[in-house]
Design a protein around this ligand. Structure first.
Ligand code: PBG
Length: 326
């Protein structure tokens, strides 16, 4: 017997394939992360992230301009400060590196969306995402001491021109602390994109070189999530929503597509996914060796992340993808 149902019928004509395509990736879905550092005229390539740079503010403005010309409208900023200390105090300094970047970018590009990563690992001399104190004889990030500093950092970025704040430190209660800090400072309509389900992942390797933020002792397993856990991600997301998150994020993306889908199905909030440095580096490295077709693979990955349920994707592929999608 021949089959009655032939899924292949819908694959015969290219126009029909376009009509039945379920997921359309566009440049509007993409957010480009960028790294800003002190100095002038600095554009230092990050070895493990080809095409990505540590940029001084002047060069950052050029880089954003080039991305805007490609159609990219949303950016996420990480700062590499000149001064690190135990508390990460330069994170909320009036003339902090991200604050300087925002003040230069805001008037230059009034229409783009400026998102700031809110965390302390780049700002602390120990490389952890908050203040350290002893817990049962072991040094660990002190959750509750870190919260007020996070609020200060966010308010400082908001004053400098940030449109959205994105706390990535995985502290309990961070969204609530930031929401009340922003509200008290008058930023009641400024949204919070929370890194709600952020895993303790090996995929952040290249980023830690880029941001000069590796932990000087231990690892991040007391605050970031165990890659083996799925239900726990839903609990984390539920808490962030209760605390006032406007957008929830799953990070990394590729190895966590199941989590993206579960979050999307369970909650009625926009979902962001972070296609992180290691995911980017693997594709670049294999492409440089000629082992894979970079354009095809990168677009397939980004489309898969969107198909899994992400409404927006933070990705170092944004400039390439913007060109390919034109
Ligand atoms: C923490 C932060 C990290 C990333 C984004 N925010 C690193 C970490 O948690 O160690 C990783 C991003 C990437 O790998 O692309 N501020």
């Amino acid at each position: 017997m021949f089959p009655i149902h032939r899924p292949r019928r819908l694959r015969q004509h290219p126009v029909l394939r376009d009509l039945v395509r379920e997921t359309a990736l566009t440049v509007n879905d993409l957010i480009l992360p960028l790294f800003v550092r002190p100095g002038r005229g600095i554009k230092k390539e990050i070895a493990s992230m080809p095409g990505n740079f540590q940029l001084s503010v002047d060069r950052l403005v050029d880089e954003v301009g080039a991305a805007v010309d490609l159609g990219i409208k949303a950016f996420l900023f990480f700062g590499i400060p000149s001064h690190k200390d135990a508390d990460g105090s330069s994170a909320w300094a009036e003339d902090g590196i991200v604050q300087q970047a925002l003040r230069a970018l805001r008037p230059a590009f009034p229409k783009i969306l400026l998102i700031t990563d809110e965390c302390f690992c780049e700002y602390t001399d120990h490389g952890h995402c908050g203040i350290i104190s002893e817990h049962q004889g072991r040094p660990d990030v002190d959750n509750d001491l870190t919260l007020p500093n996070l609020a200060r950092q966010c308010v400082s970025h908001a004053r400098a021109g940030a449109d959205v704040v994105a706390p990535s430190g995985m502290m309990d209660g961070m969204v609530r602390a930031i929401r009340s800090g922003l509200d008290e400072a008058g930023f009641t309509t400024l949204p919070i994109m929370s890194y709600s389900a952020k895993y303790a992942s090996g995929f952040y390797g290249p980023f830690r070189d880029a941001a000069e933020s590796p932990p000087q002792f231990g690892d991040r397993s007391t605050y970031q999530m165990d890659p083996a856990n799925g239900d726990e991600a839903l609990r984390e997301v539920a808490l962030d929503i209760e605390e006032g998150a406007d957008i929830v994020m799953v990070k990394p993306a590729m190895a966590y597509l199941d989590i993206i889908r579960r979050v999307k199905d369970r909650f009625q909030l926009p979902v962001a996914a972070y296609n992180v440095s290691g995911e980017f580096a693997m594709v670049k490295a294999a492409a440089q060796k000629g082992w894979i077709d970079e354009k095809r693979i990168a677009l397939e990955i980004l489309t898969s992340i969107k198909r899994a349920g992400a409404d927006m994707i933070l990705t170092y592929f944004a400039p390439d993808a913007a060109k390919w999608l034109k």
